[in-house]
Design a protein around this ligand. Structure first.
Ligand code: UDP
Ligand code: MG
Length: 316
């Protein structure tokens, strides 16, 4: 199989016929074997019936995964990827805000030797204040924190080479961080401008609150990427900093005791120093526990601490 489209579907009854039409227009003329995997994320409207009808009509191309209830867009995407058998995987939204007509362009870019091509909704048609502005801020923040510079993490329309998706699981709102994980396993990433349309039918499922989740997820992502192998560097570093701060405070109080005659115990700085010392030791201990967890994490999943692009003259 050359190409799998993965599409999360939640209450998109009215959009689905247009979506299928757009997909067929784009993919049928292409000289590739392809499938489209639609994950019905517990829709409350007739989406599943529509999907069923299309799957019956075209069993060669249309595949459906139906969740028992609504698990969220990230879970739907993760399931779609699990079931996909294409060498290349393209994700897009079911609401036609992404334009399937952009798919050939993404694939062409991928063929230039990239592992991941990210869509960029340069001219985005969503609410400027509640969506576009926070999204700009989030993209900037994610780029700064992770060092992977993309204009539009939130754009679902992206193309992936299958092996760029191997080796990590998606939680929370994390599908948008796939490029970051992929980058960490050595994927080559490109970005292309894609079209974006306003939603015609149904309504958007998200608002401002998603930005908060994204920022929280960013903490997890940064931690996983930078410290999941060596958590003691983070916790131990913080711990040593605190203990050092405590030592400086105590030294200052001690010297002041003799120069100005101020009692050590009479100053709130003393409590602060003690607190720093306790927190510092705690943090180091936490780091040690995290080291144990890191070993469980990698070994229980036989997850190596490296990724290999190819081997030469080696069987395994
Ligand atoms: N979606 C989903 N599960 C959900 C919410 C959304 O599978 O709980 C799907 C939805 O059908 C659409 C895509 O995820 O295909 C993006 O959703 P939406 O258009 O609401 O998000 P936005 O485009 O506003 O970011
Ligand atoms: Mg949308």
């Amino acid at each position: 199989m050359d190409l799998s489209l993965v599409i999360p579907v939640y209450n998109e009854e009215k959009n689905l016929p247009h979506l299928f039409e757009a997909i067929y227009t784009v993919l049928l003329p292409m000289n590739k074997s392809w499938e489209v995997i639609l994950v019905n994320d517990g829709s409350r409207d007739g989406s599943l019936d529509v999907l069923r009808a299309y799957a019956t009509k075209d069993p060669e191309h249309v595949r459906v995964v139906a969740f028992r209830r609504n698990f969220g867009q990230t879970a739907a995407i993760a399931a779609g990827i699990d079931y996909a058998s294409g060498e290349t995987i393209v994700l897009l939204d079911a609401d036609l805000q992404n334009d399937p007509a952009d798919i050939p362009m993404l694939l062409a870019k991928l063929d230039e030797g990239y592992d991941l091509v990210s869509g960029w909704r340069k001219d985005r048609k969503d609410n400027a204040v509640t969506r576009n502005l926070p999204s700009h801020a989030a993209n900037w923040l994610i780029s700064q924190v992770t060092g992977v510079h993309l204009h539009d993490y939130g754009c679902t329309l992206k193309a992936y080479r299958r092996d760029a998706l191997a080796g990590f699981r998606l939680y929370g709102e994390m599908h948008r961080f796939i490029p970051v994980f992929a980058h960490s396993v050595g994927a080559r990433i490109a970005e292309v401008v894609v079209r974006h349309h306003p939603r015609k039918f149904g309504k958007a499922n998200y608002g401002l609150e998603r930005t908060v989740k994204v920022v929280l997820d960013l903490f997890t992502v940064k931690f996983l990427l930078s410290y999941s192998n060596k958590p003691i560097y983070l916790f131990g570093g913080a711990g040593m900093g605190l203990i050092f701060g405590s030592a400086l405070l105590m030294l200052y109080l001690f010297i002041r005791r003799f120069t100005d005659g101020v009692a050590v115990l009479g100053s709130p700085l003393f409590q602060l120093g003690v607190m720093f010392a306790i927190m510092g030791f705690q943090s180091i201990l936490m780091g040690l526990i995290a080291e144990l967890l890191a070993r469980t994490y990698h070994e229980s999943q036989s997850k190596p601490t490296y990724t290999v692009r190819e081997t030469i003259n080696l069987k395994k």
